[in-house]
Every structure is written in C-alpha cells, then in structure tokens.
Design a protein around this ligand. Structure first.
Ligand SMILES: NC(=O)c1ccc[n+]([C@@H]2O[C@H](COP(=O)([O-])OP(=O)(O)OC[C@H]3O[C@@H](n4cnc5c(N)ncnc54)[C@H](OP(=O)(O)O)[C@@H]3O)[C@@H](O)[C@H]2O)c1
Length: 323
C-alpha cells in the first residue's frame, strides 16, 4: 500500500511517499481503508522533531506514519471485535496513544477507538475534526465556560483548531475577536467573528481592549504581555506556542494565575475521548459547525500539503482524499 513515511526528524524533506506492507489487524483490531484524513499542526511538530513530541521517540520518530484524523471504511476485523463490522464507515482520532498512521491507504487500530459515522455527514468535513475539532470542543467546555454576552479573543483563529473555536463561541452568543492574517478575515467573519485583527500589521495586545476569554493557539509573547488583555478574573487558555511558554504554564499555572490575578490554563487535550467525538458527530449532523477547508489533495501530495501548512496562508484545514 502507499504511505507517507517520516524517515527522521528534520524537515518536510525527510518525508517520502512510498510503498509499505499492508498492516494485519490483531484480534482486537480493525483494518480500515482510509477515505479522508487531514493535516494538523501537530504533524508538523513531529516532522520538525519539536522537543515536546520526542517523548514518543527521542532520536527517531516513534510514529513514522503521521496523520491522526481517520475517516474510512472497515475492511477486516480481528476475532474479538464486536464494536464495528466490515463495511462500516467510521472515524477516530488516532493521535497519541494510538500511533497516528492515517497518511497511508490502510491502518489497523483497536476497534474500541472507532465510531460509526452517519451517512448524512459530509466525510470531507468530518476529516477536519477528530484531532483539531475535539481539542476545540474540549476547551470550550471549561468548568466555567464562556456564555452569551462574554467577549473572547482567539489568537491564530484561521487555522484548524481556531476556526472551530470561533464557530463554537459564536454559537454560544460570545462576541469574538479573531486574530490572524488579513486574507482569512472574510472567512472568519462568515463563521462568526465580530471583529478581526491582522497580526501582520497590528499588535492586538495594544488595542486597549480587555476580554473575558483569550484562546491563544500561537502564544509566543511573554505570558505577562499575552495575558494583559484579560479582564480581572478572565480566563487565558493556551493551546499552542513557544516551548518555554507551554512548559511554564504546564508546571506553574496555579502560581501564574495568582501572580497575574487571572485564570491561566494549559488547554485540555483528552485523547481518544469517545463522548467528545460523539458530540462532534452531532454538531456536524446539525450543521452547527462547518469546518473550513482550504483545499483537498490526494495522498501523493501530502508532503506538499505539509509544506503549505508550514509556509502559512492556509484557511482552516488541508484535507487528504484517498482514491
Ligand atoms: N491539532 C491538535 O490536535 C492539537 C492539539 C493540541 C494543541 N495543538 C496546538 O495548537 C496550535 C494550533 O494548531 P492548529 O492545528 O490550529 O494550527 P494551524 O492550523 O496551523 O493554525 C494556526 C493559525 O495561526 C496563525 N498564526 C501563525 N502565526 C500567528 C501569529 N503570530 N499571530 C496570530 N496568528 C498566527 C496561522 O496563520 P498562518 O500560518 O497563515 O500564518 C494559522 O491560521 C499548534 O501549536 C498545535 O501544536 C494542536
């Protein structure tokens, strides 16, 4: 079968499109033929050997086949599998601890991680959600979530996670300010942003405005600055950014919250949560959310797709369609 392999950490030049043997499902596994997947920023982190992904493989990639959004059809099941049947259309988030593996024509994975998809769902849209959409959902459903009338700023709003956060906040009646490149502003307004800020020309931290919630997907500024636009008792949810900022929030969030008198949270990331995926399924079915798709490419163009995400200017997601 065809697959995209990461030979070593380094850059997208270390990826190859090649032939590898078909996987054989174990007794508790299903063999799935991929129909759609999509590219995540996390795939890029693995390609570049980001320090925080090396816990899955210190010197060489623990997951040589990347890709964590699975939409496909069950082709074969192991002897103990009861959850799905051959021919079912299913989806799953295959990111850690499931070993990624969706940038390939077939993958074998525990059947318990699969959920069936309704025939009324757009499968291309579904492929945008198992990783990025579920992360967005998990971080909207906080202990004290944003409610109608609140204000929120989303930094990095035009990407895979950001476009879903904007939609979910808008649905909840929250006034959203979306920060991203100018070319994404029309799309961001269409999906529910009230205000947009171009990060290439304007420093959103100097607007003088204060927000109840800040979702920061690209937190590269010092935390004292990044949290300065929060109202007292506001919540700062960091989902991505510099390693230093992530480690600082990871290790000292309660201390930082006290110091800055604002609630600072490292974004939730519960892997393979069945309930979250089931909720996402309903939101898609209701058309409450409509993931933004920049382009649809075949598997053999995955490496170009990953390079495009690295270069920037992608609106929402790049989806990979299999034959
Ligand atoms: N997907 C997951 O499962 C997952 C889970 C947890 C955490 N995360 C982390 O969350 C972060 C975002 O993920 P994603 O999948 O949404 O990434 P993405 O699709 O690449 O989106 C990031 C967005 O931020 C924009 N951006 C880049 N630099 C910016 C800046 N300085 N100011 C404002 N916006 C900027 C990008 O625009 P341009 O590229 O056009 O500049 C892009 O629209 C990543 O760090 C990722 O590792 C992801």
């Amino acid at each position: 079968m065809k697959a995209v392999l990461l030979q070593r950490y380094g850059s997208s030049d270390d990826l190859i499109y090649t032939d590898i043997p078909m996987p054989t499902p174990k007794s508790d596994e299903a063999l799935v033929r991929l129909m759609y997947t999509s590219i995540n920023a996390a795939d890029l982190d693995y390609v570049n050997g980001h320090p925080l992904v090396r816990f899955t493989g210190l010197r060489k990639p623990g997951y040589p086949i990347l890709g964590s959004d699975l939409v496909g059809v069950v082709e074969e099941i192991g002897s103990d599998v009861t959850q799905v049947q051959v021919g079912d259309i299913v989806w799953a988030d295959t990111s850690n601890p499931l070993r990624y593996g969706t940038f390939a024509e077939y993958t074998a994975l525990p059947a318990i991680s699969l959920q069936k998809i309704s025939k009324d769902i757009d499968l291309k849209q579904a492929a945008c959600l198992p990783s990025a959409g579920v992360v967005a959902l998990q971080n909207i459903q906080l202990k004290h979530p944003a409610k109608a009338g609140d204000t929120a700023l989303v930094n990095g709003a035009g990407g895979g996670i950001g476009n879903i956060i904007v939609q979910l906040l808008h649905q909840a009646g929250v006034e959203v300010t979306a920060v991203d490149k100018q070319i994404k502003h029309d799309m961001l307004k269409e999906i529910g942003a009230t205000h947009t800020i171009d990060y290439e020309t304007t420093d959103y931290l100097k607007s003088g405005k204060q927000y109840d919630f800040v979702y920061d997907l690209v937190c590269y500024r010092p935390l004292s600055e990044a949290t300065s636009i929060l109202k007292k008792d506001g919540q700062f949810i960091m989902l991505g950014g510099s390693t230093a900022n992530i480690l600082r929030v990871l290790t000292t969030a309660p201390f930082l919250s006290k110091k800055f008198q604002k609630k600072i949270i490292l974004g939730a990331y519960r892997t393979n949560d069945h309930d979250d995926l089931a909720q996402m399924h309903q939101l898609l079915l209701d058309k409450t959310i409509q993931p933004v798709i920049d382009r649809i490419i075949p598997l053999e163009e995955t490496i170009e797709g990953i390079k495009a995400l690295e270069t920037g200017n992608v609106l929402g997601k790049i989806v990979i369609q299999f034959e």
